[in-house]
Design a protein around this ligand. Structure first.
Ligand SMILES: Cc1ncc(COP(=O)(O)O)c(C=O)c1O
Length: 448
């Protein structure tokens, strides 16, 4: 049994051991912490007291900048008025208002919104709605879900089953049955150092037709893809790929789900990547940028026909047995509404579109630095692939990430040996130039 005084000691000491950090090398990070203690605009403050440019919008969330007064004030007001309302059976006006606003911002007849608290819950929700929709129409044989290699759809069992990141699946194994995968769309031999959509690879969408031929298109419920794969290192879609996927889905009655947890709300210069690529999916998963990361919030946009097919039976009966205690939480709704104000009133999508060529120019200027094997840029998202050290994969990117933090006062990300950038939509041209100037210094042998 532990001694009470020992526990008190632990509470007072700066003991880092109790917290199990997510998606983090815990031991190395606790040995040399990189903690953030404050944030304002496009900058964090580290524990060393230094301001650090936020080169990844927190975790793809904070496009409208940190401590944004509009959002802060809205959340504070909400807290003083209605701190919580049960989302089952009751609801509150804020949830209806934000749903209506998002529906108005979404393309086509994506007119209905189901709120979750995260992207992982959003993708699981979308896949469940797809299955429920087919059941409701008497087409319950459609139970197969199709994902894609190198996809990240969060960490729920649905998300890791449809996702295609081996490290996220390997330790768990007991995944959903009846899930198939398309090949990923990254072809460095054809598309190296390209800006925007990749030139080659639209035909990879035909993998879906092959799965239909193999399993029977009439058994597939839905296909879920990120319009641009984010977490595996910014993989823009090949030009025409998403349209082709849409056509094959239509031919076989398969629902198309876009996971826009990263691409939603301005990252690619529009409310949704669906608009940028001119493809209307049946559902869109969102999170992160919807509330600027201030209060956890995610959700799914759903097309009219899918929603209506499930709204049947006696009107006193629950139509969909699904939901979360915190679906449509009042603070998240307030944050979401104020964030939409920022995007609209401050013209942040247009700003992202204007910054896109500046971002791509400065990022691509790093192509001749030593060890750089590819660079990709689309919207305000970009990645630099580094030649891995075969004896210690990911250490090249990790050491650059650590040096970026300590030596150059930059907050960036890495995945495997890829450095990832996604600055806030409020960044200035000068800040973006400086970000990549500093990254160039870290890469060494500067030529650009
Ligand atoms: C495309 C995509 N889907 C889902 C998720 C999971 O979101 P969350 O971490 O909020 O569960 C992420 C997170 O980065 C993501 O990038």
């Amino acid at each position: 049994m532990s001694r009470p005084e020992a526990n008190a000691d632990r509470r007072n000491a700066s003991d880092l051991s109790a917290l199990w950090m997510p998606f983090t090398p815990n031991r190395a990070t606790k040995a040399a912490p990189t903690r953030l203690v404050a944030a304002e605009g496009a900058y964090y403050t580290g524990e060393d007291g230094r301001k650090k440019f936020d080169g990844v919008s927190g975790l793809w969330c904070s496009g409208a900048g940190h401590n944004n007064p509009r959002i802060r004030e809205a959340v504070t007001r909400q807290l003083e008025t209605l701190d919580f309302a049960p989302s089952f059976l009751f609801g509150h006006p804020g949830a209806f208002d934000l749903a209506a606003r998002l529906a108005a911002a979404a393309p086509g007849d994506l007119d209905h919104v189901f709120f979750t608290n995260s992207g992982s819950e959003a993708t699981d929700t979308a896949m469940k709605i797809a299955l429920a929709y087919h059941q409701a129409r008497g087409d319950g044989q459609r139970t197969m879900l199709v994902g894609r290699e190198r996809a990240f759809h969060g960490v729920g069992f649905g998300g890791i089953s449809a996702g295609g990141m081996v490290a996220n699946r390997r330790a768990f194994q007991n995944l959903l049955p009846r899930v198939a995968h398309l090949r990923h769309t990254y072809h460095p031999e054809l598309n190296r150092f390209q800006i925007g959509e990749h030139e080659h690879g639209a035909e990879l969408a035909d993998d879906l037709q092959r799965l239909c031929d193999l399993h029977g298109g009439e058994t597939i419920a839905a296909v879920i893809v990120e319009p641009m794969a984010g977490s595996t290192g910014i993989l823009p879609p090949p030009r025409g790929y998403l349209k082709r996927l849409r056509e094959i889905c239509d031919r076989h009655g398969i629902l198309l789900i876009f996971d826009e947890v990263i691409t939603g709300f301005g990252r690619l210069g529009h409310a949704f990547a669906a608009e940028r690529f001119g493809v209307l999916p049946d559902m869109i998963c969102f999170a992160k940028g919807v509330s600027n990361g201030v209060v956890p919030l995610g959700g799914v946009m759903i097309r009219e026909g899918i929603h209506n097919a499930i709204m049947k039976g006696p009107d006193w009966a629950i139509e969909l047995f699904h939901g979360y205690t915190y679906s449509g939480h009042p603070l998240a709704m307030a944050a979401g509404m104020a964030t939409q104000d920022c995007y609209e009133l401050d013209g942040l999508y247009a700003r992202a579109r204007a910054l896109e060529p500046v971002f791509a120019k400065h990022l691509m200027a790093l192509r001749d630095h030593p060890g750089v094997t590819d660079i990709r840029a689309i919207g305000l998202a970009g990645a630099i692939d580094l030649q891995p050290d075969p004896a210690a994969p990911s250490t090249r990117a990790r050491s650059t990430f650590l040096r970026a933090f300590h030596e150059q006062d930059l907050v960036i990300r890495y995945t495997a040996d890829t450095l990832v950038f996604a600055p806030p939509l409020i960044s200035t041209e000068e800040e973006i130039a400086e970000l990549f100037h500093k990254v160039g210094k870290l890469l060494g042998g500067a030529t650009g």
